[in-house]
Design a protein around this ligand. Structure first.
Ligand code: IFM
Length: 454
């Protein structure tokens, strides 16, 4: 049973309504104008890594169509647009030589957004690490904290006079878990000793970039994490302990060091001998004051202890009577309210932006006519945005909401087989067609939430 929608909803004045994307997923032309290849370029060009052999050489062709894409954002009434910068466009080798054309592209994008009254929210790292840095150990090399700060500083100095919102990393858990623990995402390693190191170095890089920002920046900088709330399948001690481990591994491994300066003790149970003892100085670097937390929310997990299941000693119990997305993720709007209240209680009510929330349901590859009806996505958005409003009513300091995603796009190891967009992408013609979810979201923005109740 989901909750009824209240008859009157209004979000706080100045609530930041937006859509989110990332560079590798939408830009295309990954090597244009002197850019260096990324780990994702390499990975997607390695046979067998991405479904159907897809790669993002073209994807939405946003690199060449950004101008009309921003006009489209404007027509939807977006107040903000969250996108990422491809590190390798700015520094083709990851450090050292700056590629002016790469930086110019993002400057043109920022200027175009501002000319249409849209605030940019810029992520510095959304998974596309320069391949040249991977050759030097990538996230396994401690020096990456300095490499990242060097890159960040170059971008800050160029754009901070126009960008109000910065993000260091997007979803470090996915990079460490998918890229180093399970090998399903770039760079494709499967190694329990590497995963905690990659995670720790990601967090050090976050800290080093925030430090660099404080030296020259004037606006706001934060960290974006994906939070999947964990609920025990029963009240047995085994299920409760398994739930604590799952929560520590996925959610607290990143927020605890960034906001509290320590790692949850359950990580020792998860990693065993593979868990290193980190110097206090590293944690000091990681725990920098930040201006906001970005929360990406899609689903929840109901956790049952399963002693033989690697690496967490637990499994997720499928809620078979609930709706699931094409990715297999359960639709559970209450989990978003619970997540926002959990962040409020555990971390002292920091300002929060929901930096991603959205759904992947089947849409056809070709669309006839001006609009594609996607009622399941409309329902998902309606219930989840209402769940955000619930959390605000209960005291959580929520400043904005970004739908994932503006366009259907390259969904990593799933290639183009999964569609999350509010705008449909025909990958043959690159024609953009609004879905009914785009129209719905546009009305929600224009009414500052009132349209949720219609
Ligand atoms: O497409 C991704 C995005 O890059 C990061 N967050 C989750 C989305 C959907 O899987």
């Amino acid at each position: 049973m989901t909750k009824p929608i209240p008859s009157h909803i209004q979000f706080p004045k100045d609530f930041l309504w937006g859509c989110a994307t990332s560079a590798y997923q939408i830009e295309g032309s990954p090597l244009a104008d002197g850019a260096g290849p990324s780990t994702w370029h390499r990975f997607s060009h390695t046979p067998g890594r991405v479904q159907d052999g897809d790669n993002a050489d073209i994807t939405c062709d946003h690199y060449r169509r950004y101008d009309s894409d921003v006009d489209l954002m404007r027509s939807l009434g977006l107040k903000s647009y969250r996108f990422s910068i491809a590190w390798g466009r700015v520094l083709p080798e990851g450090t050292g030589r700056v590629n002016a054309a790469g930086l110019d592209f993002y400057e043109r994008l920022v200027d175009k957004l501002l000319s249409r009254g849209i605030q940019p929210m810029v992520t510095l790292f959304h998974w596309d690490l320069p391949a040249a840095l991977d050759d030097r150990g990538g996230w396994l090399n401690r020096d990456i904290a300095h490499w990242f700060a060097e890159y960040a500083d170059i971008v800050f100095r160029r754009l901070d006079d126009r960008v109000q919102y910065w993000t260091t990393l997007n979803e470090p858990w996915v990079v460490a878990d998918g890229g180093y623990m399970h090998g399903i995402l770039a760079p494709g390693h499967r190694n329990v000793f590497e995963a905690p190191r990659a995670a720790h170095h990601l967090m050090m890089a976050h800290g080093a970039a925030v430090q660099a920002y404080r030296a020259s920046g004037r606006n706001k900088i934060g960290l974006v994490v994906n939070i999947e709330p964990k609920y025990p399948a029963s009240q047995s001690e085994a299920d409760l302990a398994a739930t604590r481990r799952a929560e520590a591994y996925m959610n607290r491994q990143y927020l605890d060091p960034a906001l509290l300066g320590s790692y949850p003790k359950e990580l020792l149970e998860v990693f065993g001998d593979a868990w290193p003892h980190w110097p206090d100085a590293d944690l000091k670097l990681i725990k920098q004051p930040i201006d906001y937390v970005g929360v990406n929310y899609y689903t929840r997990a109901v956790v049952r202890a399963e002693p033989n299941a690697w690496p967490l000693g637990s499994t997720t119990v499928k809620q078979k009577h609930h709706t699931h997305m094409e990715t297999g993720w359960e639709v559970f709007p209450q989990g978003l309210t619970d997540t926002l209240l959990w962040v409020k209680e555990k971390y002292g009510n920091p300002p929060v932006y929901i930096t991603e929330n959205g759904a992947c349901f089947f849409d056809p590859p070709q669309v006839e006519g001006p609009v594609l009806e996607d009622p399941l996505r409309v329902d998902y958005l309606r219930k989840h945005i209402t769940a955000v409003h619930d959390a605000i009513q209960r005291g959580a300091d929520i400043r904005g909401y970004f739908a994932w995603s503006l366009f259907d796009n390259f969904e990593w190891a799933f290639g183009f087989s999964k569609r999350f967009g509010l705008v449909h992408m025909n990958y043959e013609t690159l024609k953009r067609t609004l879905k009914s979810s785009a129209h719905f979201y546009s009305k929600v923005i224009a009414s500052n939430g009132a349209a949720l109740a219609e």
